[in-house]
Design a protein around this ligand. Structure first.
Ligand SMILES: *[C@@H]1O[C@H](CO)[C@@H](O)[C@H](O)[C@H]1NC(C)=O
Ligand SMILES: *[C@@H]1O[C@H](CO)[C@@H](O)[C@H](O)[C@H]1NC(C)=O
Length: 450
């Protein structure tokens, strides 16, 4: 806290200092300089500076910026400029940020990159330019970036003509595995939809590739719609790499989980869509996922293998859906789950709900919320655990006072061990008994056997 205050004070002092740039010579110059400094000050204050894992971040997202400011700190490692209004990347625009490792320029209006735009960024490894208006760029722009290993260029209207030739050749060098993936040609029509990674380079410089009319904006016929491909995650959603890899697919009217989910994502936001059904193994490749948000969909059915592969998932938000129960086995892949949000679902308190309670009971480290019966009428408003207890013939009254203290449980080390043992058992079939088909006293002994 004290460090932060000091930092803020320093910042204030710095910006209060009279500006002594080379340009503040004459009176007129000074006046103009002061005006500009005012603007800069305001914009700097709007950016957020913070440290994470020993690296310095400057978060200037969503700030209507058209360029970078001279008085931003120079020793930052990560510069977040997504969702601004930058149109042109000028020569040496970032050269004062010599420590920069990542630069996020996605979702601006960038239509031009000057050849020396990235000069001085010798430490840069990650450059995000997706969702802009780039039609062309040459290989030269990448030359000042010897350490670049991750470059995103998709969702730009790439013009696959001769001027793009050198860039495409660079992207296609096999060792440049993570440069320019998913980017596609928008023009000419004959190449539309082809990936820059795989388009035949020889075609780019062929004369017959010049579009006669469409797309020239000359008031001719409207463009034909782009080739319909199955929408995939990278074209539908926004990917942020820092501070944590995040895939934001919220509010996209998705009715299914997009295909091709990137594998390196740590947080995935699929909230506020219209997904009804989670099918088997759709997250299988998202093995690093720690947080998954499916809140505000129309989820009605979750397939037992839906969460397969989510070994490290810690937080799952299923609130505000249409779930009645979890089918048997659906939670078995989630060894490290810590938080489960279940509110605003019409949970039905009948036999099918027992699996969920059974699983939660054996995973006391999972903090869960929102498990309230909505049907049948006689149990409406009851906590689901209470319903299960009456079913088991335990006296619900005994428990009710204790329950007021809230749901969820704190996990202890012992419980975690138990969880892992439970989790590493053999396949789904033998590991757990079908919940509560027989009366409860046997249950615990059965799990101990595995
Ligand atoms: C999931 O998304 C909803 C809607 O955007 C939000 O309210 C909620 O806080 C999110 N959950 C988590 C765990 O971040
Ligand atoms: C639940 O989702 C619906 C539709 O997505 C939304 O309109 C509503 O505000 C959400 N409610 C809550 C409590 O999040």
């Amino acid at each position: 806290m004290r460090v932060l205050t000091t930092l803020l004070l320093l910042l204030l002092l710095r910006s209060a200092e009279p500006r002594r740039g080379p340009r503040s010579g004459g009176a007129g110059g000074r006046l103009r300089g002061r005006g500009r400094a005012g603007v800069m000050r305001r914009q700097t204050q709007e950016c957020k500076e913070y440290m994470e894992a020993g690296e310095k971040y400057l978060d200037c997202q969503d700030r209507q910026l058209t360029t970078v400011m001279q008085d931003w700190p120079k020793d930052i490692h990560h510069l977040l400029l997504a969702r601004n209004k930058i149109q042109v990347l000028r020569d040496n625009m970032f050269s004062q940020f010599t420590q920069l490792k990542s630069l996020d320029l996605q979702q601006n209006d960038i239509s031009m990159v000057e050849e020396q735009a990235f000069s001085g960024l010798s430490q840069l490894t990650t450059l995000l330019l997706q969702h802009n208006g780039l039609k062309t760029a040459s290989e030269e722009v990448l030359l000042p970036l010897p350490r670049l290993t991750y470059l995103r260029l998709y969702d730009n209207p790439w013009n696959c003509h001769c001027s793009l030739d050198s860039l495409v050749r660079t992207l296609q060098v096999p060792s440049n595995r993570n440069l320019g993936n998913y980017a596609k040609c928008d023009e000419p029509l004959s190449l539309r939809g082809q990936k820059l990674k795989t388009v035949k380079v020889d075609l780019l410089c062929e004369d017959n590739q010049v579009d006669p009319k469409p797309g020239r904006g000359d008031g001719g016929r409207p463009r034909p719609p782009p080739v319909k491909v199955k929408p995939d995650a990278t074209s539908m959603c926004h990917t942020y790499m820092f501070p944590k890899p995040l895939l934001d697919c919220s509010h996209k009217d998705l009715n299914h989980i997009p295909s091709d989910l990137p594998s390196d994502i740590v947080k995935m936001d699929l909230s506020s869509n219209i997904i009804k059904h989670l099918r088997p193994k759709q997250f299988l490749l998202s093995k690093d996922l720690k947080q998954l948000n499916l809140s505000g969909n129309s989820l009605h059915h979750i397939d037992p293998a839906a969460f397969a592969g989510l070994l490290y998932l810690r937080e799952l938000d299923l609130s505000n859906n249409s779930l009645h129960y979890f089918p048997y086995g659906v939670l078995e892949d989630l060894y490290f789950l810590r938080k489960l949000s279940l509110e605003n679902n019409p949970w039905i308190c009948d036999y099918n709900i027992h699996y969920l309670i059974y699983w939660l009971k054996h995973h006391p480290g999972v903090f869960y919320t929102g498990l309230i019966c909505s049907e049948p009428q006689e149990f409406r408003g009851w906590r689901v655990e209470d319903y299960v207890k009456t079913y088991n013939g335990e006296c619900p009254k005994d428990r009710q006072t204790e329950m007021e203290t809230g749901q969820g449980n704190q996990g202890g080390g012992e419980n975690e061990a138990q969880e892992v043992v439970g989790g590493t058992g053999d396949g789904q079939g033998g590991r757990l008994p079908r919940p509560l088909k027989e009366k409860k006293p046997n249950r615990i002994e059965i799990i101990r056997l595995s």
